[in-house]
Write a protein that binds this ligand. Structure first.
Ligand SMILES: [Zn+2]
Ligand SMILES: [Zn+2]
Length: 262
C-alpha cells in the first residue's frame, strides 16, 4: 500500500524563530504560534538562534539573565499555544561560525545550569568558552537531548564552509522549506536539500524537515506523525529510534529518507 500523507495528520514545525531571541526574525512567539495554528500545525518547536548564531540577546548579560532573555520567545509562544490549542516545545539552534545545529528535548532550566553552552563565536569571546560541535554533542547526549545538523549544505555569505559531523549528530535536516518553498524569500535552492538527503543516507542518519521560518508567513514544512506527540522527548525518540513519520516542505511529501511519496 502506498504511503499517504493523509495517514499522518499531526504536523510539527521543527525549525522556527521568534523576534525575541533571533535578530533575523520578524514576529513574536505569540504571533508565530497563532500563525502556525492557522496553518494547521499540531505543534511547533521554537528554535531561536543561540549564542554563536544570529542571537538578539546581549551577550554581556550574566548567563542566567541571558538565558531568560533567550527563552522569552518560547514562553511567549507557549502561553499563546496553551490558549489556542497548539503544542509548543522548547529547542534552539546553536551556531559555530555558520555551521548550525538544532537541539531538542532539553529545557530552559537545563540551559540555565549549563553556561558552557557559550561558544567562541559571537562578540568578545572569553578564552574559557571552548565549545565545539563535538563537545556540544557530548553535553547534549549526557543530558538526554537530540542534536540535528540544520541545513548542512546551505551555501550563503554567513557560512564560510560546509563542515560535516556525521559522528556527532543524531540526524540531519534533509528538508528545509526555506530552500524550496515558493513562499521563501531567501536561500532558495532545493539542491541544498538534495545534497543533505544523499549525505544522511550515506551515514545512515535519520532525516528531519522544518521550515526555518522567521515570520508569520508559514511555509508549511515539518515532520508529520500518525499520532499526536506527547512531549519533546517523544519527538526525539521517534527520530532517533526509527519512529513512523514523514516529512514535508509544505508542497511535497517525503519519506524519512527524502524520497518523494506523493
Ligand atoms: Zn535566522
Ligand atoms: Zn534557523
Amino acid at each position: 500500500m502506498a504511503l499517504s500523507h493523509d495517514d499522518y495528520p499531526y504536523l510539527y514545525e521543527t525549525h522556527l524563530h521568534t523576534s525575541f531571541a533571533s535578530k533575523c526574525a520578524s514576529n513574536t512567539g505569540a504571533e508565530m504560534a497563532k500563525a502556525a495554528k492557522d496553518a494547521g500545525y499540531t505543534g511547533i518547536f521554537v528554535t531561536d538562534h543561540h549564542w554563536g548564531g544570529n542571537c538578539a540577546i546581549d551577550r554581556s548579560l550574566p548567563w542566567d539573565k541571558w538565558v531568560d532573555g533567550f527563552c522569552a520567545g518560547y514562553y511567549d509562544a507557549k502561553e499563546c499555544g496553551d490558549k489556542i490549542g497548539l503544542d509548543v516545545f522548547f529547542g534552539w539552534e546553536s551556531g559555530f561560525n555558520g555551521t548550525e545545529f538544532l537541539i531538542y528535548g532539553l529545557t530552559p532550566e537545563w540551559m540555565r545550569e549549563h553556561p558552557e553552552l557559550r561558544c567562541p563565536w559571537g562578540e568578545d569571546p572569553d578564552p574559557s568558552w571552548d565549545l565545539t560541535p563535538e563537545k556540544q554533542y557530548k553535553l547534549i547526549k549526557e543530558a538526554g537531548g537530540m542534536m540535528i545538523h540544520a541545513h548542512p549544505f546551505r551555501e550563503e555569505w554567513y557560512i564560510p564552509e560546509t563542515r560535516l559531523y556525521p559522528d556527532h549528530v543524531d540526524g540531519v535536516e534533509i528538508i528545509n522549506a526555506t530552500h524550496s518553498s515558493p513562499l521563501s524569500k531567501s536561500h532558495n535552492d532545493p539542491g541544498f536539500d538534495d545534497k543533505a538527503i544523499v549525505y544522511a543516507a550515506e551515514h545512515d542518519l535519520p532525516g528531519t524537515a522544518g521550515s526555518d521560518v522567521h515570520s508569520t508567513t508559514m511555509f508549511g514544512g515539518g515532520v508529520a506523525f500518525r499520532n499526536k506527540l506527547v512531549s519533546a522527548a517523544d519527538y526525539c525518540n521517534a527520530i532517533m529510534n526509527g519512529g513512523d513519520y514523514i516529512l514535508t516542505n509544505g508542497v511535497n511529501w517525503f519519506d524519512k529518507r527524502g524520497r518523494k511519496i506523493i
